[in-house]
Write a protein of this length. Structure first.
Ligand SMILES: Nc1nc2c(ncn2[C@@H]2O[C@H](COP(=O)(O)OP(=O)(O)OP(=O)(O)O)[C@@H](O)[C@H]2O)c(=O)[nH]1
Ligand SMILES: [Mg+2]
Length: 204
């Protein structure tokens, strides 16, 4: 069943897993290059303009931001990777912190990796995805800013990105925070995903 998001609230910004909320909500985390549209994706899904801070300046999200959705699950906005203007040491520090989160967080059920539909997967995206797969972390791909490409080319871009990064076509979704393209499809996917994740947990 499709998710109906009614109440989304910001809970905390955590520099590392130690400061993450102590709850039993399943968490879905967003990863992607700086400026790809992670925060906009969260705002569009939750029907909120400024829940997650968006910006034209890449590197805006520096902490892991936790949003509680209808006391049912949580969305986690992670810092973007691959932004050249942030010092290497800083980037490595963030990277280390959120890699620990991705690897160790028991509540994490899914990673949504966002990629700019105009550019397709970059080297840093490929590295991220293979790291996720190596660590057995479930992931889907979302091609963002789909309003920027012609409708006729959408399927072509999906197939090309899936192929370039080595995923199946059905692991690739499209989205526009601007026009809300792909929003209903994403909400039904997440609804079903969370329902089946809950079944797995209750069996354990
Ligand atoms: N046209 C269009 N612009 C978008 C879309 N999604 C995001 N943007 C724009 O892209 C810019 C970056 O968006 P953010 O959501 O802040 O990106 P982010 O991935 O959270 O960036 P960091 O926090 O720096 O990692 C903003 O100017 C957004 O308005 C979209 O679907 N379509
Ligand atoms: Mg952001």
């Amino acid at each position: 069943m499709a998710l109906k998001i009614q109440n989304a609230k910001f809970i905390t910004s955590a520099p590392s897993i130690k400061e993450a909320p102590e709850w039993e909500l399943p968490e879905i985390a967003m990863v992607g290059r700086s400026n790809v549209g992670k925060s906009s994706f969260i705002n569009a899904l939750t029907n909120r303009k400024n829940l997650a801070k968006t910006s034209n300046t890449p590197g805006k999200t520096r902490l892991m931001n936790f949003y509680e959705i209808d006391s049912h699950f949580a969305l986690v906005d992670l810092p973007g990777y691959g932004y050249a203007k942030v010092s290497k040491t800083m980037q490595e520090q963030w990277q280390k912190n959120f890699q620990v989160y991705l690897k160790k967080r028991r509540q994490l059920v899914l990673v949504i990796q966002l990629i700019d539909s105009r550019h397709g997967p970059q080297e840093s995206d490929e590295q991220m995805l293979s790291w996720l797969e190596k660590n057995d972390i479930p992931v889907i791909l979302v091609l963002t800013k789909i309003d920027k490409i012609s409708r006729n080319d959408v399927e072509k871009h999906c197939l090309a990105s899936a192929k370039a990064i080595g995923l199946d076509r059905d692991q690739v979704f499209t989205f526009s925070a601007e026009t809300k393209w792909g929003k209903d499809q994403m909400l039904s996917f997440l609804g079903e995903y969370l329902a089946s994740a809950a079944q797995v947990t209750s069996k354990q």
